[in-house]
Structures are given as structure tokens and as C-alpha cells.
Design a protein around this ligand. Structure first.
Ligand code: BTN
Length: 224
């Protein structure tokens, strides 16, 4: 894909701006005043970190799988510069078990907006549901955005020609916590259980205390 980068000093949210752009646009801001995280959380966005939104086409019923395509791409982009990360299902990137990057997928008309936030030089320290960290400035946001887009291109190509299977295998190898006790927070329910597996359709298979299994397709995972 020939990506068209638009770089702003500051925006409310790159995802919001991306919704007004065409497929192929990549909106980057050096800071955001109203960055959005998953579940309506704020994404604190001071200067120095990476805030990027990629405008893509939709992939029909496979569109939600794009979250794994980008998660795998971020892990591999960081690996290229010697930073080894893991993935907390569905799409948090962890460095030393702490969140270093997040992904927010949104739909706008017939477009998919892939919002990526990476803590490059700083991370929030207050009011967090999980521990966070940053890359300690080991790479610039500019270089990191190029690395991510390059790797993303590779995996979009794989996804389009070979389907989800190769991405599924990569994802499974990067996933943290299979076999561990977890709490899964759903919009109006909290479930305790064991993270049994990651399914071929991208779901988290949770074994409940009564040994039945439940397929979770969206939710926040906490390791206990
Ligand atoms: C999460 O909650 O983990 C997702 C965070 C996504 C943050 C990024 S920063 C760039 C893009 N613009 C936004 O407003 N949010 C995403």
C-alpha cells in the first residue's frame, strides 16, 4: 500500500481526523488533546510518543481480525530494533509485562480506522487499570511509524493472500498468559477462569470454575 502520511503538531484525536480521510491516509500527531482509548477511556497523549491512525478498507466479516494483524505487526516492528514485546489479548502490546502500546479499531462509513498509540518516551502513571511503561526513547516516533507501516504492509499482504492462519500462528506465539488464571471484564459482567486457548477465529477461550468453556470475543483481560 502506498501510505500518504499527514503529520500534525497537535490534534484532538488522530482517529477522529482519520475518519475524514481516504483509504491509504496515515494521520500522525505529535500530541493529542483528546486521545481515545478502548471502552471510552482517555489516551493521555503528551509530546514524544507515537499517535497514528491508518485508514483502511473493511474486510467484511473478517474486519475484526485486523486487530491481530496490527498487533503482530507492532511486535515485529519492535523486534527489528531489538525490543521484545508480547501481546495481551486482544491487542495490548506489553514490554516487561507492562502496557507499552494500544490499538483502537473504529469503523467510519465503509472505512476501518486503525488507531495506534505507542508510549515512546513517557507513560501514564495514575488512574490506570494495568501497569504501563514506555520504550525509554530507544526509537523516534517517526522511525517507529515507518517500521510499523512496513511490517503492517507485509502482514496485510499475508492476510489477503493466505488468510488468517499464518497471523493466528504468530499471534499465538506472542500471546501472554495461555494456561494462566485471569479475570475477564465484560461490559456488564466479570468472569474468573483460566485462559485456555486462543481460537482460530480470534476469541479467548475461558475455562470457567465449573470447567465449562466460554468464547470471549471482546473484553479486558487481567492476570491474577
Ligand atoms: C487502548 O485503549 O489500548 C487503545 C489506545 C489507542 C490510542 C491511539 S493514539 C492514536 C489513535 N488516536 C486516538 O485517539 N486513539 C488512538
Amino acid at each position: 500500500m502506498k501510505w500518504e502520511k499527514c503529520i500534525f503538531e497537535t490534534l484532538d484525536s488522530t482517529n477522529k481526523m482519520a475518519k475524514t480521510q481516504e483509504v491509504g491516509a496515515v494521520v500522525i500527531a505529535k500530541s493529542q488533546t483528546d486521545g481515545c482509548g478502548r471502552y471510552g477511556h482517555a489516551w493521555i497523549s503528551p509530546m514524544g510518543n507515537l499517535y497514528m491512525s491508518v485508514v483502511m478498507k473493511m474486510y467484511g466479516i473478517n474486519t475484526p481480525l485486523m486487530t491481530f494483524v496490527i498487533a503482530v505487526s507492532i511486535v515485529e516492528a519492535l523486534t527489528k530494533i531489538g525490543i521484545f514485546t508480547t501481546i495481551k489479548w486482544p491487542n495490548d502490546i506489553l514490554l516487561n509485562d507492562k502496557k507499552v502500546a494500544g490499538i483502537l479499531l473504529e469503523c467510519a462509513d465503509d472505512k476501518l480506522i486503525v488507531g495506534i498509540g505507542v508510549n515512546v518516551v513517557s507513560h501514564p502513571t495514575e488512574n490506570l487499570p494495568y501497569p504501563a511503561t514506555d520504550l525509554n526513547g530507544q526509537v523516534s516516533p517517526e522511525k517507529l511509524s515507518d517500521l510499523i507501516l512496513e511490517t503492517f504492509d507485509k502482514y496485510i499482504g499475508i492476510f489477503e493472500t493466505q488468510g488468517f492462519e499464518p497471523i493466528y500462528c504468530k499471534m499465538k506465539s506472542y500471546l501472554k498468559g495461555i494456561g494462566h488464571s485471569v479475570v475477564v471484564r465484560l461490559p456488564n459482567q466479570q468472569l474468573n477462569g483460566i485462559f485456555k486457548d486462543f481460537s482460530q477465529s480470534g476469541a479467548l477461550i475461558l475455562q470457567l470454575p465449573d470447567k465449562t468453556e466460554r468464547e470471549i470475543t471482546a473484553g479486558s483481560v487481567f492476570f491474577i
